[in-house]
Design a protein around this ligand. Structure first.
Ligand code: TYD
Length: 144
């Protein structure tokens, strides 16, 4: 699977009463079946979470309250930072991407929708191992 990071903007169904966002599997905004959801909250200030890559997992991240920043490194070494600070701003991450979640505000609630159940085998938690896997992906792509 090609590694990918894409910012998404969810459509808001706003009216005089306020806002509503609806998400569906296999849509433009969630391009996979949702098999798992988890959320991160009550984060100690200064904490950096994540520090891993996934081999196959697809995830959409959205900060339902407060704000946090997601840092992503692609196999080619490109690093991007994405501030999620409103419930319509989301980030799609697919495949081999080294990610960190940081700069959590005190009220941050980060929802993660995932394409698979929890599988420790899908994680790469060692950065050097990630770089080795990334180099392999890059050499496979250049020989195509
Ligand atoms: P961890 O991988 O450290 O979270 P993060 O990458 O966001 O910093 O997960 C913390 C604990 O929660 C760890 O014991 C594994 C467990 N966990 C589950 O049981 N199911 C899940 O879906 C996730 C994401 C974590």
């Amino acid at each position: 699977m090609q590694a990918k990071v894409e910012e998404k903007r969810f459509p808001m169904h706003g009216d005089a009463r306020g806002q509503l966002i609806a998400l569906e599997s296999m849509s433009d905004h969630i391009p996979f079946e949702i098999r798992r959801a988890y959320y991160i909250f009550d984060t100690v200030p200064g904490t950096i979470r994540g520090n891993h890559a996934h081999k196959e997992l697809k995830q959409v991240l959205v900060c339902l309250s407060g704000a946090c920043t997601i840092s992503c490194e692609l196999p080619d070494g490109t690093v991007s930072e994405h501030c999620l600070d409103w419930p319509d701003r989301a980030l799609l991450i697919e495949g081999l991407v080294w990610r960190q979640m940081k700069y959590f505000s005190k009220d941050a609630v980060l929802l993660v929708l995932a394409s698979e159940h929890y599988m420790e085998d899908d994680y790469i938690r060692d950065y050097d191992e990630f770089r080795k896997a990334a180099a392999k992906v890059m050499s496979q792509e250049s020989s195509k």
